[in-house]
Ligand binder design. Structure first.
Ligand code: ATP
Length: 503
């Protein structure tokens, strides 16, 4: 699986999806650039989200707020004081870790031990193997399970009590039992704020410390009344936003999964107090459906309900997707109570209340939030789409089976040969269709190689113009996934493609 992940990373680079940032200067940690194919796919993902929010829900509208905001906003939201990661350094290896991530790694190691034990037994006993019974009775499995539960319980308690010393002691103990770092010499655990800060205005005038926003949500909260009043919105209603967010992540690994500059698609849904948990359930279902509609297989998604809630939440869950490195969070759904609006009311001194004409009274609405990372979504699309297929002649075909609706290029128009008027005919077809779809024209190399190139960027259809086209105005349309070709008239191409590129 890790191997597949490496292949996807290099495929992204080779075909213009994702490049390391500042590559000619040896890159910049956890920052990436999207290339000519990547930007198209990313835009399509954003459109798929935006349309599902704002077109399919009449009571959801969008905004685009600035990245820079008044610094007091981050004080009010709690980010200045509490948007921290617990850090620990290993004194021997000089490596820095996020304490919580390190403990997750220990837990994963114990899980791995259990699974290996079960696998070994399954092989040994063959058909007569009763897995459930084995898990419940084998002493080694039970011992590891108990160890796991213990680590998990101590971890939860340390987090709950915000006890950094206990967190450190847990790491020391785990490292003895199942080494991850290879060394036992640790510093204290300390809190590290994830926000990037910069200065606004020249120092002569007195510069103001401002932050690059670590989430887009606050831009929605502070505009809540602007939108409600000017849009004459009635609770319940939502405000959606897509935009960049910045976090000085410590453990910046796994390609575009954890970046320092990334993009979020967030929607804050404002509801009457007391109705928030029903709306939370509603959005859980809605969002899962949105993911599943892409057709990557329902078994690749799971909810992870949080037992430990942030101080502002009264319910929270993650939608996790099966990445090559395990089930990981792609989206968070949180019932944030009236925390944010009340905090802004307190810090700004302005009323953040909604007048409910039906109740004839005012209140601070409660909020249910859906927050998804564009880049993590992009990664899940690529990992689900990447296939290597062995063809009859033994050749390996690398194909991205991206759903047609979000594929970067929908249609490639290819003249069979570069002569006899075929390029001219193909260009004519391309010119007629390029207003309807993202099309690409390619006349270089053999037709087989051109098909492979289109497969590698996930183009769902290739139209080939051959000598027969000149006689009867028909072309072949090749389907990326089945590789089957059928002949259609030029007039039918558009209908054929648009029918198949809707989700
Ligand atoms: P994690 O626990 O993985 O750090 P989080 O719980 O801090 O994530 P949220 O604050 O809930 O994440 O952000 C909402 C979404 O934004 C996440 O589900 C994820 O898709 C995306 N996201 C958050 N941090 C990053 C990052 N550093 N790089 C890419 N996407 C991110």
């Amino acid at each position: 699986q890790e191997d597949v992940f490496k292949k996807i990373v290099s495929h992204c680079k080779e075909y213009g999806f994702v490049f390391p940032s500042s590559e000619i200067y040896d890159g910049l940690g956890a920052v990436y650039d999207y290339g000519q194919m990547g930007v198209e796919l990313k835009n399509n993902i954003k459109k798929y989200w935006w349309d599902s929010m704002t077109l399919l829900h009449e009571n959801v509208v969008g905004i685009d707020s600035a990245i820079f905001m008044h610094p007091t906003i981050w004080k009010a939201s709690g980010h200045v004081d509490a948007f921290n990661d617990p850090l620990i350094d290993n004194k021997d290896s000089k490596k820095r870790y996020r304490a919580d991530v390190l403990i997750e790694e220990y837990l994963a190691k114990i899980d791995e031990k259990i699974e290996k034990e079960v696998e070994k037994a399954a092989k040994r006993f063959g058909d007569s193997f009763d897995e459930k019974m084995y898990r419940e009775t084998n002493p080694r499995v039970l011992e590891n399970q108990q160890k796991r539960d213990e680590v998990h319980a101590r971890f939860a308690k340390a987090l709950n009590d915000s006890n950094l010393d206990d967190l450190r002691q847990l790491i020391v103990d785990c490292e003895i039992a199942c080494p991850v770092s290879g060394s036992r010499n640790w510093t204290e655990v300390r809190q590290f704020n994830l926000m990037f800060a910069t200065e606004m205005g020249s120092t002569a005038e007195g510069a103001m410390k401002v932050y690059l926003r670590p989430e887009t949500a606050q831009g929605i909260f502070v505009n809540f009344l602007n939108v409600q009043k000017t849009g004459r919105m009635k609770v319940p209603f939502g405000i959606a936003q897509i935009g960049k967010a910045f976090r000085n992540e410590i453990v910046a690994r796994q390609f575009i999964f954890r970046m320092r500059e990334f993009e979020q698609m967030e929607m804050q849904f404002f509801v009457a107090p007391g109705t928030e948990l029903d709306w939370f359930e509603y959005w859980k279902k809605e969002r899962l459906k949105w993911h599943q509609a892409l057709g990557f297989g329902n078994e690749n998604y799971q909810f992870h309900d949080h037992d430990k809630l942030a101080h502002y939440a009264n319910a929270a869950t993650d939608i996790e997707f099966r990445m090559p490195f395990g089930f990981k969070e792609v989206e968070g759904i949180h019932s944030r109570t009236d925390f944010d609006l009340s905090q802004h009311e307190k810090y700004s001194g302005k009323k953040m209340q909604y007048f409910d004409p039906e109740l004839n009274s005012s209140y601070v609405p409660y909020v249910v939030e859906t927050s998804i990372g564009v880049d993590r979504m992009f990664l899940s699309v690529l990992t689900s789409s990447y296939c290597e297929e062995k063809l009859e002649g033994g050749e390996i075909r690398v194909v991205l089976k991206i759903p047609a609706a979000i594929a970067p290029v929908k249609l490639a128009v290819l003249p069979l040969v570069k002569k006899d008027g075929l390029p001219e005919k193909a260009t004519e077809i391309m010119d007629a269709l390029k207003f309807s779809f993202a099309c690409q024209y390619d006349e270089k190399d053999s037709i087989g190689r051109r098909y492979r190139r289109q497969d590698a960027i996930g183009t769902p259809y290739c139209v080939t113009v051959d000598h027969q086209t000149l006689k009867d105005n028909t072309v072949t349309v090749r389907d990326r996934d089945t590789m089957e070709q059928k002949r259609v008239t030029i007039n039918e191409i558009e209908k054929e493609i648009s029918f198949n590129t809707d989700i």
